[in-house]
Design a protein around this ligand. Sequence first.
Ligand SMILES: Cc1cc2nc3c(=O)[nH]c(=O)nc-3n(C[C@H](O)[C@H](O)[C@H](O)COP(=O)(O)OP(=O)(O)OC[C@H]3O[C@@H](n4cnc5c(N)ncnc54)[C@H](O)[C@@H]3O)c2cc1C
Length: 388
Amino acid sequence: MVDTDIAIIGAGPYGLSAAAHLAPPGRRLRIFGTPMQTWRTRMPAGMHLKSEGFASGLYDPRGKFRLSHYCRERDLPYADFGLPVPLAVFSDYGEEFARRYVPMREEGTVVAVHPVTAGFELVMADGTIVASRRVICANGITDYSIIPQTLQGLPPDIVSHCSAHHDLSGFAGKTVAVVGGGASAADYAALLAQAGATTHLVTRRPSLAFHLPPHRRGLRERAKYPRSTIGPGWNSVFYTKLPQVFHALPEARRLAITRGHLGPAPCWFVRDTVEKNVTVHASAQITAISVKGGRALLQLTNGVLEVDHVLAATGYKTDLSRLNFIGAELQRNIQTDAGGAPKLSASFETSVPGLHFVGAAAANAFGPLLRFACGAHFTAGRLAKSFK
Ligand SMILES: Cc1cc2nc3c(=O)[nH]c(=O)nc-3n(C[C@H](O)[C@H](O)[C@H](O)COP(=O)(O)OP(=O)(O)OC[C@H]3O[C@@H](n4cnc5c(N)ncnc54)[C@H](O)[C@@H]3O)c2cc1C
């Protein structure tokens, strides 16, 4: 007995946008997860989005409820460009989107997915079983967080991944080393400093490559670097406008582009706070770490650092073996590419018929666009077309 035609796992921008596009009439759809949970609990309070206002959204089929509409309704400051979007505003907007367009959403965590004759069986944390013909995994990136090998195996009160922290007030009065050279590292470092922590930032890079602040763009610059939702440049325009063409490129080329496009670059608006309040250890690698008296002693290639806590802002890498809810049989049957991400058809379907992955797990297949919330627009539209 099948309970639903489509089950979506995860209620972030991708899951919610897909649900808004695929919703009844005509098909049964269930979506599981707490709306915007990653943004509410796994990103630092006080953060501003890296993506511009016009590129930060969730997507209903008629394009009626963009961030600009929400801000207008609430009388909140908004600009397509140049005005950083507060995390709290984006999270509130996502929750309002869920209330308006995804009334069928259900709180609850999926703890297992098993293949059965008519599709899949989903086991919920409370033991409920849901049978679905198709499953769309929109589970985001938090299961894929990476901690460098040198820092692994230490207790979480000494070393943790930044995605474990939303409220940074507990670090007031502590000394913290943030490891990484990208936007997350700079965001966490700036917010830790503002929260009253003595903050160090350790990066292998010779310097932090902050984005340029908004400025008047002359004709020449606009022609050379046209705007796109993921940043300026002709390559970015191609990746955002034609993800389906990107999908047709040879695998090795796709992986190289997704890996190399848009290197780590902190936002312009945290630059001042970082430069004034954070000690940056550039061209530095951590070669060893030891724990003494509840503090961490870091051996750097160019010095020594003693801190209360090490925060790894060292990114994410799709690795299906880390998804506990994908059972052993499915793990064996999902074909992956050389980068460890699932191989996907043009409708985001894995080698297991009826099982789909969207969001960052689909970036090797469809390009850098899928690493950003704005990729949910293309994704939801594509799913809606494929499931007609
Ligand atoms: C610090 C930081 C800053 C970022 N800033 C930006 C930005 O400014 N702009 C931008 O476009 N992107 C940004 N990103 C990238 C951002 O993560 C993605 O754009 C976006 O979250 C992708 O949406 P999603 O729906 O795929 O994932 P998510 O928003 O992570 O949603 C996935 C949801 O699935 C839920 N889930 C997972 N497993 C289960 C399960 N088994 N059962 C039920 N629910 C489950 C999770 O709780 C989560 O709520 C940022 C990422 C980080 C880490």
